[in-house]
Design a binder for this molecule. Structure first.
Ligand code: NAD
Length: 254
């Protein structure tokens, strides 16, 4: 049996059935956390929470919130704080992508990509960071992307690569500020992972060409990413901060 700490991990965007967030909630239990799920989709968030509670016997709560909406984030985190042990970890996983070529991107699309990926991560982090610092413990993980490091070339276009690159600077800078308070901040940068984020828009031919270029010759699975996130969220990982962890099968070795 796992000995549980009295801490909760918040995972945003963990409703998606085949997504990285849902797999991460399961992996975080092994790191000693109870779970709060935030997602746009309330039913999906509740479904993940039920699944986690049933499978692992920990406390889990599914909450509806659009991470770009400050009041919704405040209310959802407030509910988690009232119902669960103190928040010890945050995984900023909610994200959207788009393959639109730069010359075709509208300001509206650009803003939406930044709103969800960057403003969303800002709002949730901002809401939980003070409590973590006060309690002297926190583990914050951002979902960046190999697109940020190598300038796209996977699925996401310029807007997505720029937004995911913003998170690298965000995490590094926050790591400096919060380090003295016992809070670590890191990024995980996945390569191509088998989820529904591309909404069927990645054709098989392109996928095969990408696999041929990946040293381990396969697309990543959600567990590949979830494991690294959970590793960073462990209490024992307190000397890892301000870093970017590549999970890409060797597709970007640098
Ligand atoms: P996914 O589409 O399966 O899941 C994303 C989840 O985020 C969904 O449950 C969705 O409802 C939720 N969400 C979207 N907008 C939201 C909002 N405004 N407020 C709250 N929730 C919102 O995606 P995934 O592939 O599991 O991706 C998870 C994260 O990993 C994303 O940040 C993504 O950019 C990043 N990532 C994914 C890949 C990949 O290949 N799948 C690669 C690199 C990085």
């Amino acid at each position: 049996a796992i000995e549980h700490t009295s801490r909760t991990a918040v995972v945003t965007g963990a409703g998606s059935r085949r997504g990285i967030g849902r797999a991460t909630t399961h992996a975080l239990v092994a790191a000693g956390y109870h779970i709060a799920v935030l997602d746009l989709d309330k039913e999906a968030a509740e479904d993940t929470a039920r699944e986690v509670a049933a499978r692992h016997g920990v406390a889990a709560l599914g909450l509806a919130a659009d991470v770009t909406d400050a009041r919704a984030v405040d209310a959802a985190i407030g509910e988690a704080e009232a119902a669960l042990p103190p928040i010890g970890a945050l995984v900023n996983n909610a994200g959207i992508t788009s393959p639109t070529r730069f010359l075709d991107v509208t300001p509206t699309e650009w803003d939406r990509i930044f709103e969800v990926n960057v403003r969303g991560s800002f709002l949730v982090t901002h809401r939980v960071a003070a409590g973590m610092a006060e309690r002297g413990f926190g583990r914050i993980v951002f979902l960046s992307s190999v697109s940020a490091e190598r300038g796209g070339g996977v699925f996401g276009g310029v807007a997505y690569s720029a937004a995911k690159a913003a998170l690298l600077g965000f995490a590094r800078s926050l790591a400096r500020e919060l380090g003295p308070s016992g809070v670590t901040v890191n990024c995980v940068a996945p390569g191509l992972i088998d989820t529904d984020i591309t909404q069927g828009k990645l054709d098989e031919e392109r996928k095969a060409a990408m696999i041929a270029d990946i040293p381990v010759r396969r697309i990543g699975g959600v567990e590949d990413v979830a494991d690294v996130i959970a590793f960073l969220a462990r209490p024992e990982s307190g000397y890892l901060t301000g870093a970017t962890y590549d999970v890409n099968g060797g597709s970007h070795i640098h």
